[in-house]
Ligand binder design. Sequence first.
Ligand SMILES: Nc1ncnc2c1ncn2[C@@H]1O[C@H](COP(=O)(O)OP(=O)(O)OP(=O)(O)O)[C@@H](O)[C@H]1O
Ligand SMILES: [Mg+2]
Length: 340
Amino acid sequence: MASTDIGVDLGTSNVVVYKREGGIHMRVPAVVAVDRDTNRVIAVGAEAYPLLGKTPGNIQAIRPLQQGAILDYDLVKTLLTDVVTRAVGKHFFARPRAVISVPSGVNEVEKRSIINMMFDAGMRRTQMLDRPIAAALGVGMRFDEAYGSMIVDLGAGASDIAVLSMNEVSVGASIPIGGDAFDDAIIRYLRKKHNLLIGPRTAEELKITIGSAVKPLTGESMEVSGRNLLSGLPKTQRITAMEVFEALRDPVDDLVEAIQAVLERTPPQLAADIFEEGIVLTGGAAAMTGLADAVVTKLGVPCAVAEDPQACVAMGCGRALEDTPIMRALLANSKHRWNR
Ligand SMILES: Nc1ncnc2c1ncn2[C@@H]1O[C@H](COP(=O)(O)OP(=O)(O)OP(=O)(O)O)[C@@H](O)[C@H]1O
Ligand SMILES: [Mg+2]
């Protein structure tokens, strides 16, 4: 891996870049702010994030990828170009390579466009890597033998569930449940229970601070501000961890059921391996308290959250670049060819 080579996880809420030197990660919110009057880009990434949901009329902060797919093609290009040039700089004589992983809802034509965007941003060669494969490489999972391993990457817009064996996805599913769905469930619950309307960033804060996928044992709570839907006036309310747990129950159950459905479609021999070795959770949403415990309790399969789950996909892309035998094995698989 040359110093300019990068591994990129283009997510719907964050773009994460892995560079070998010092194992640097760059985590950039996948947000672009645009002046709608002139169509000029005002801010990208960390500078655009605080504008989400609060910008005045003509300025709009947008997440150009949502629910696992591309919402605004031009803004994806703006975001990706900004991140790549910041990560690599301009190296006219270097031949930087990139391995990139994108949401599963991105189609083949869009993938090709993303490779072209990377080329325009200075990357000479870009290889796409399936997200579950990247996540598994990121956690150091071996999946080159006839042995079953399960990885679940929980992102913001979607989650990928996959059983890996012989260097490929043996059984898999991508579902529209992730951190965003958890936030939406909290918003709906508070609207119904307290006639309180909160914004998505407040919901996310509740989830990260006191959210839990298993029944909370402590009486934690957090005060939030929103709007009283009856009076239309601002309102503050103390929300308990128990309430957030109640709110999250449905999407957590849906997620666990989706994992179960994949296990049911898994060949028995590979399923036996998984019941022995367990499931590994990656992605930012895997950091929620109790998620692995909920899987263990409901499915009776061992389950653990990877260290720094949000970085796993980008690290796996980096590892694919560094490890020639792994890359060669993946390239031997017809689905993974060097593009350009
Ligand atoms: N400690 C935490 N507890 C619960 N959720 C968390 C925590 N930290 C981050 N998240 C959630 O993780 C999600 C972001 O994860 P990540 O950056 O992996 O998503 P992404 O890769 O951009 O999305 P996708 O994979 O769907 O394209 C957000 O919904 C965020 O709220
Ligand atoms: Mg992701």
